[in-house]
Design a protein around this ligand. Sequence first.
Ligand SMILES: Cc1cc2nc3c(=O)[nH]c(=O)nc-3n(C[C@H](O)[C@H](O)[C@H](O)COP(=O)(O)O)c2cc1C
Ligand code: SF4
Length: 518
Amino acid sequence: MTIKIYVPLDSGSIALGADDVAIAVSNEIGARNLDAKLVRNGSRGMYWLEPMVEVETPNGRFAYGPVTPKDVASLFDADFIAGSDHPLALGPTEDIPFLKKQTRLTFARCGIIDPLSIEDYRAYEGFAGLDKAVTMKPADIVKQVTDSGLRGRGGAGFPTGVKWNTVLGAESPQKYIVCNADEGDSGTFADRMIMEGEPFVLIEGMAIAGIATGATKGYLYTRSEYPDAIRVMEEAIEVARAGGILGKNILGSEYDFDMEVRTGAGAYVCGEETSLLNSLEGKRGVVRAKPPLPALEGFLGRPTVVNNVLSLASVPIIMDKGAEFYRDFGMGRSRGTIPIQLAGNIKFGGLFETAFGLTLGELVDDIGGGTATGRPVRAVQVGGPLGAYFPRDLFDTPFDYEEFAKRDGLIGHAGIVVFDDSVDLMKQARFAMEFCAIESCGKCTPCRIGAVRGVETVDKIAKGEEPEAQIELLHDLCDTMKFGSLCALGGFTPYPVLSALTHFPEDFKPRALDIAAE
Ligand SMILES: Cc1cc2nc3c(=O)[nH]c(=O)nc-3n(C[C@H](O)[C@H](O)[C@H](O)COP(=O)(O)O)c2cc1C
Ligand code: SF4
């Protein structure tokens, strides 16, 4: 039997040397004349172990890592293809604690299969959701998604079924599904991992969304900084088309659905849905006023579902296993699982999919192992650049939309960026304002001007120009931005600033900020 050796093609793994490891593995297979095959899989999401090489044995998959090209010959010498011991041996992959503790519903096959093999995908129950959807009425699909409690994973947490129902009810000769794969939040990479490691689950989710709402055309909007994801997705779309999953009469049904990839230049604001739609139409990425909602007047003025990658990629399992199965995971109004991304200064950085409800402390200290530097954790920023900084005192906050909101925080796209005790929160507050000033689309004054004034105000505190009055002014400015901005870029920038002021007031003191050095 041909032995399969897996080396990830995920761009995070490639950045750590996976391509060179793959070449070395291939060379050794040839030189030793072995009956073995190199498979490029997605990443399992344990980035401190990448490049992680796996081998399929009669006793399951065994993992080795992190592997460098010069380790490869010694792995073959030690007979790793039989799962033998080696200094880099990690044991059976599924037994690695970081993986074992997870509940992988959205990422069920990521890292396990060859991302471009429909046969592999089917062998692991892929397309079971679409198989059911093509036999159902659109309204019944929408009901199932609504009943599952799925909420948008892009940031706002809006119920997916409610959005789909609006598009289903809209009368129009043409409707669209737009997948938001812009993934601009700091510390996030889950969308990219799905696109590179399990593209068919996203294609399946988009096709189901099309059937459910009457949309026959889909666009996947991503950024030019994701060249590997773009390549894998484009190839996967071709494979899916050839396999009857996309195009006319999908899976032999009465339903048509096709899709293509569109690439933006990588502006944070182009992740905001209306700005994204402008960019998709070839216009400047400026935010549109709502109403009209994109669900009624979206792409080219037609009813459009705009959903995040993870929202759409969660739909196939809901269709396959049922709304109740999915709903059973989670807490409160946060149902199902959430792929959490552990990033920044953290020992075990990577993707951890789990039911909603673990506390921030469990995630950072127990799962993430604390900081990579070994120094104490001082703050974490959850939810991207617009998310609040939480101190250790708030580490009992469960991962849940409402629980975070109660403490003036947000989950966003579920990225957690960890900082040790060397972090300067006044500098982080300045950075939040500066980020907003740079990324602002310029449409409204509180954001366009407010963010610039915010930077100046923090600089005045640092220079000791009436610091107390400036802090008061900063609060005022945040108030104006929060309530006067047209979209969440300007409206949520106050979250990191106010949380820094509230939880770390001791950092807002006159002193040299050392900004130019960065
Ligand atoms: C400034 C800004 C940036 C955003 N960036 C993203 C993004 O990169 N990806 C994303 O899915 N949603 C992003 N959103 C949220 C989208 O506007 C929208 O809520 C989301 O695509 C809806 O999909 P969902 O309901 O599946 O989450 C952003 C919002 C704002 C205000
Ligand atoms: S808040 Fe900022 S990004 Fe949003 S519409 Fe206003 S200027 Fe544009």
